[in-house]
Structures are given as C-alpha cells and as structure tokens.
Ligand binder design. Structure first.
Ligand code: AMP
Ligand code: MG
Length: 521
C-alpha cells in the first residue's frame, strides 16, 4: 500500500517526551506517541471508496491484506509513528481540564494531490489521555460515525470524512443508558480522515497551562498550513486567525441548521479549528421541527445543545477560543468585535439560508415575518422538517392555500389531530407565502430546481442508522451499504430508494438509539 507520508504535525510540533502508555497529565506537548491496540480478529465491513481515492488508494489496495491490517490497528504504516493528540476543553459549559485523544490514534499524515490528510483510528485502544475509560468503540457508534460523516459531506456540510469501518473481533462492555445495565457489544474501529484534527481545545490546553511558547507554536503551525492566506505578522496575525475560524464556524452552523443536524455534544474539544463537523457521538437529525430538540439524553434537562441553541453555543465556544488566544494578542476589543460580528452575520446568513429553503430569491422587508411565522406553525403542528421543505418546492404560484396545505400535509406527524385554529394559521401563512411567491420572477420549475438543491430529500434519519445497526448486530451489513449509496445523492430523486423518503415510523419515536442517545459509545 503506497501512501505519501509527511507527518507534519508530529515533526514540527513538540512531542511528549514520555512514551509509556499510562494515563497521566501531559505538559509541554501537542501529542504523545502511542501505538494502536492489536485487534484479535479484524474484519472489514465497509470502505468509502471516495475517501480512499482522496488519499491516493486504489481499488486493489483497499482489498489488500495490508489495508485490513493498517486500518484495524494491527500493523503500523512504514515510516510512521502513531500518536494521540493532546487537548483540553469546556464540557457542558464547565472547564474540564486536559482531555486529549482517549481512544483516537493518528496513524500518519499524508499528502495526496497537494492536499494534507490526517488518518486517525477511533476506538484503537487506550492512550495517555484515556482517563478512566477503555479506549475502545462499539459497532453501533462506529456505524453512526461512518455513515453520518459521509452523508454530511454529500449534503455539502463541512465535515471530517470516514475511510473505513472494521470490526475488531473483540468485545466491549457498555452501559448504554447509564442505568446499571452493562452488556458486551461488538468492538469496532473507524478510520476518520481530515486535513487536521486540531480543535479549539488544543489551544485551550496550552493557555490553561500558561505555556505561551507552545500556544504560539500551535497557532503558527495551524495558520501556516490551514490558513495560509493570513500574511500579517505580530498580534494582527492571531486576530486574523481568530476571525477566519469564526467565519468557518459560522458557515458550518448555518449548514447544520439548514439540514436539521443536531451535533449533541458541542463541547469545545469537539469544535474543529477548521470549522468542520467533528466527533459524531449522540448526534441526531430533526424529525419534527423543534428548536429545543436534542437527541442527547445526558442533556435532556438543560438542552444546552438543542437544535436552536447551536449558533449561541458556537459563539460561546468561540469566546473560549478567544480567551485561549488572548495571550498572543493581549487586547480584548478586536476579539470582541469579531464575536459581535459573528452574531450579526449569523442572523444575515440564517435569513439568506431560509430564503433559499423557501425559494425566495428577492429580499423583502416582510420576509422575516414569513420565516418567524413559519417556524411557529411548523412547531405547533409537529411537522417533519425534511419532508416539509422538500414538498414545499412542489407548490405552484397559482395554487390556493388549501391546495398548498394538501401538498405538504404528508409532513404532519398527526394530521388528524391538528386543531382547526392551527390549520387556519397554516392557511394564513400560505396566503402570505403564495402572494410573496407571485412577486418572484422565476418560474415554478426554476424555483423548484433551486429549492431542491438546498432542501435534501434524503438525510440519515435517526431510525435509519438504528436499523443499519440492528441488522449489523445480526451480521447483516447490507443496510450500511444501501444507506451509504442512498446518501451519496441526498438532493436527487432516487425512485429505487423512495421508501427512505418517509417520516420517522412510530416505533422509533421514543426508542433508544433513535430519539434517545447517550454519550456511551
Ligand atoms: P467525546 O465526548 O467523545 O468528545 O469524548 C470526550 C473525551 O473523552 C475525549 O478526550 C475522548 O477521547 C474521551 N473518550 C471518550 N470515550 C472514550 C473511551 N471509550 N475511552 C477513552 N477515552 C474516551
Ligand atoms: Mg470528542
């Protein structure tokens, strides 16, 4: 297997001088060398061929024994020395101190077609950052990460990618709902791929340790390779860096809100410095439109990471990053200005995105009301977000409000229970919307085409991932393949897969793994 290794991160940044694999506090280091655990009986379940191509692997190479050995953790890539990355973070709003890769191990960094990629095995065994946990991952969470990262990519959402999904052949003990019912599950590893896995928390670590020298080294490294457009020097350089990260983060959040993705654990250690979606844990997809919804049962009480809170949390996380970078800037006002700008710009971006979802190319003063009123009626009638927006594209300018409701009413979860007053609200909303559509110059067909490009038809609904998991637990991996294929073209009509264009079935409403997920993985 030929991979073009360059190991930039590990050759240019400071390593932990201690190479023993023992849980500990690590100082003055960006990473610790550690080898993946050798799995007892690895089995390849799925490879994303596009990711393989991205890193320069051929179809033959994917099928080789070498591929199985390397991406299961059995064998180390020649000329590479694997390592776990150090970082800290704020979890659920509280400072958590050192975290680091407790079960992720970077196998190597490569270059292909002038692009840099880090290859990281998740679930590859304990590291100095494992704290009290085992360093392993189970099949269910690995399937969720593998499927969702690729689905997000094809939706056009910035994300880490997933190369491969493998069983390790070992069993892993997990208490899924943290209620004293631990059981053995199948162990698995995923190889995830991204330009880098540096996080907000990577900077917070050095700042908290008052290690300004390494804070600067890490910032300089990140700018040099990932924000090369930044040419300024001195404190201006770091202000510009922060600004770039804020913009990337904002763009990512707008995408999340557009497709109805709820990350579930937006801790600062789960925020990529590149503004890409990272760490697929108890994430979920909105079914009925609801700003408060979160799939994460650990967060049920406060709903800190609920759908509608994601922009505010991104801002809060950026504030923590600003604090971490402060020693390189020593001036608060430029950072505050960037944070303020995030808020203002986010509102513009959100409005623009909703205009696109609604098929409105012109901007009119009254549009904000249309958007706000829509969110209210969607919530009041338990409406499936994906179905609603996709069906909305079928409405024609000369339709009556009643006809329009008939087009979208498949999106209602309980059509028979919708009260008369709410239907009146829908009629009112459609009346305004239809008259607004009639001010647009695009034809119905042209508008539909534009709307279909931003309103996906197929997303990885929570129950779909769960079905793939249940089948895989019975050694049937066909759904993983089917869903991967389906989600490669989320905006296109796929008549053969029409069955996946459906609301959440009743059985999935309160099911563990569907609407209820924990951090256990
Ligand atoms: P997460 O909630 O997945 O972002 O994880 C938070 C921290 O806990 C990170 O430092 C992870 O590497 C670590 N972690 C999560 N699960 C495990 C595990 N099974 N073994 C070791 N460390 C873990
Ligand atoms: Mg994490």
């Amino acid at each position: 297997m030929q991979l073009q290794l360059n190991n930039k991160f590990s050759s240019e940044l400071p390593a932990d001088s201690n190479e023993t694999n023992v849980t500990r506090q690590v100082l003055n280091a960006c990473f610790s060398y550690v080898n993946p655990r050798v799995p007892s009986n690895p089995k390849l379940l799925h490879v994303s061929e596009e990711v393989a191509e991205l890193i320069g692997l051929s179809t033959e190479e994917i099928q080789s024994q070498d591929f199985l050995d390397v991406f299961s953790g059995k064998k180390i890539l020649a000329h590479s020395k694997p390592y776990a990355m150090a970082y800290a973070g704020h979890q659920f709003g509280n400072w958590a101190g050192q975290l680091g890769d407790g079960r992720a191990i970077v196998l190597g960094e490569i270059e292909h077609n002038n692009q840099n990629w880090m290859l990281q095995l998740k679930g590859a065994g304990s590291t100095p950052y494992s704290r009290r946990a085992d360093g392993l991952a189970v099949l269910r969470s690995s399937i969720r990460e593998h499927l969702c990262s690729e689905a997000m990519f094809h939706l056009g959402v910035p994300t880490t990618r997933s190369l491969s999904l493998m069983l390790t052949g070992d069993e892993v003990l997990r208490d899924v709902m943290y209620n004293g019912n631990a059981e053995y599950e199948k162990g698995a590893v995923v190889c995830r791929v991204a330009p880098t896995f540096i996080r907000f928390g990577s900077f917070e670590l050095f700042s908290a340790q008052n290690d300004i020298e390494n804070l600067k080294k890490l910032a300089d490294f990140t700018i040099k390779y990932y924000y090369p457009e930044i040419q300024s020097e001195g404190k201006e350089k770091y202000i510009s860096f922060f600004k770039h990260v804020a913009v990337k983060t904002r763009e990512m959040i707008v995408h999340w809100q557009r497709v109805g993705f709820v990350h579930g654990v937006m801790n600062t250690d789960n925020m990529s410095i590149l503004g890409i979606t990272i760490d697929y844990g108890p994430y979920g997809w909105l079914e009925d439109f609801n700003h408060e919804w979160t799939p994460n049962t650990t967060d049920r009480e406060h709903r800190r990471y609920g759908f509608g809170n994601q922009p505010d949390i991104a801002l809060w996380n950026l504030l923590q990053l600003a604090n971490a970078l402060y020693p390189l800037i020593e001036e608060a006002s430029p950072l505050e200005a960037i944070l303020n700008d995030f808020q203002l710009q986010y509102e513009n971006d959100y409005s623009q995105m909703m205009h696109e979802k609604l098929g409105l190319s012109l901007q009119s003063k009254s549009d904000e009301r249309i958007i706000n009123e829509l969110e209210k009626v969607l919530l009041a009638s338990e409406t499936d977000m994906t179905l609603f927006f996709r069906e909305l594209g079928r409405i024609k300018k000369d339709h009556s409000p009643g006809c329009a409701i008939a087009i979208i009413d498949d999106a209602f979860y309980k059509p028979e229970e919708i009260k008369k007053e709410i239907l009146k609200e829908w009629e009112k909303w459609f009346k305004t919307y239809l008259s607004r559509l009639n001010k647009e110059s695009l034809s119905d067909e042209q508008r539909k085409e534009k709307m279909d490009a931003v309103n996906p038809k197929y997303v990885l609904r929570n129950y779909m991932a769960q079905m793939a998991i249940e089948a895989a637990n019975n050694d049937d991996y066909s759904l993983i393949i089917e869903l991967q294929e389906l989600l490669k073209n989320p905006y296109q009509e796929q008549p053969l897969f029409e069955k996946w264009y459906a609301k959440r079935p009743d059985w999935a409403k309160e099911k563990i793994g569907c609407s209820m997920l924990s951090c256990s993985s």
